[in-house]
Design a binder for this molecule. Structure first.
Ligand code: AKG
Length: 252
């Protein structure tokens, strides 16, 4: 039977704009970690996208996207498991995978400026962001901080597509620490940010993004748009990972 949410879980999401669940991962954390290691090691030509950053310890992998076509395990976990069932329940209709990413945040990896995800997602109105912790995410290694109850509209953005300093100062930020294997669902309008990884262990996280079936299957259009925008983008002072400038990592 499909995993659906209780009234209390729906209530929490509706009030706060996020929901943390324990019991959705259908494989052992070791198996997930092993698959993330395998994806990180992919080289050569393929449709997947690796992005790197310069840390004080040298160049490191920051993100991989577009990996479900080549990973049966990830395709299962993100499109045909309790995670996508809960995404469907929250969207109120079958959830389709809009995009998928792994943020590695290896030791010394950079954080993300305060932002809402929605401006980074063209062609779509209702979007749900999800984080599956591959490693424990703590304040020391750069867990998310969220502003609860602020998921009803877009807030003022700066030229990077991140929240303005005035908005950031007004919001109340709370850390959301996750144990490896836990899943955090949050609205694409929920303001969030994260710090760098100042610990001695890597903090990897898997982020599927979903839209409702009524808006169509937009994954190919998203990756085509990303390729086009990246081909046109000039190198700046930050590594560009997405269609907004939220990542604070330095270019190689
Ligand atoms: O992984 C993190 O620390 C934050 C990620 C994030 O906010 C994003 O990718 O939009």
């Amino acid at each position: 039977m499909a995993r659906t949410l209780s009234a209390a879980e729906h209530g929490h999401y509706g009030e706060h704009g996020w929901l943390l669940l324990d019991d959705l991962l259908e494989v052992d954390v070791d198996r997930l970690q092993h698959e993330v290691d395998a994806i990180a090691s992919w080289s050569g030509d393929g449709e997947w996208l690796h992005h790197h950053e310069l840390t004080d310890e040298g160049p490191k992998l920051a993100r991989t996207e577009n990996f479900t076509p080549r990973s049966a395990l990830m395709a299962h976990l993100l499109t045909d498991s309790a995670i996508s069932e809960v995404a469907s329940d929250l969207l109120g209709e079958p959830a389709l995978l809009y995009k998928e990413k792994i943020n590695y945040k290896l030791v010394g990896g950079a954080g993300f400026s305060p932002h809402q995800d929605k401006p980074a997602y063209p062609f779509v109105e209702q979007v749900l962001s999800v984080m599956v912790a591959v490693d424990d995410a703590t304040e020391a290694n750069g867990c998310l901080f969220v502003a609860s109850g602020q998921h009803h509209h877009l807030l003022d953005q700066d030229e990077r597509g991140c929240l303005t300093a005035a908005v950031v100062d007004e919001l109340i930020w709370e850390p959301v620490e996750l144990r490896a294997g836990q899943t955090l669902f949050f609205s694409a309008l929920t303001p969030h940010r994260s710090g760098p990884n100042r610990s001695t262990k890597d903090r990897r996280a898997l982020y599927p993004t979903y839209n409702g079936q009524s808006e169509g299957d937009l994954r190919a259009a998203y990756y085509a748009e990303k390729a086009e925008q990246f081909a046109r983008a000039a190198q700046g002072d930050r590594v560009q990972l997405s269609l907004i400038g939220d990542f604070e990592g330095r270019p190689l």
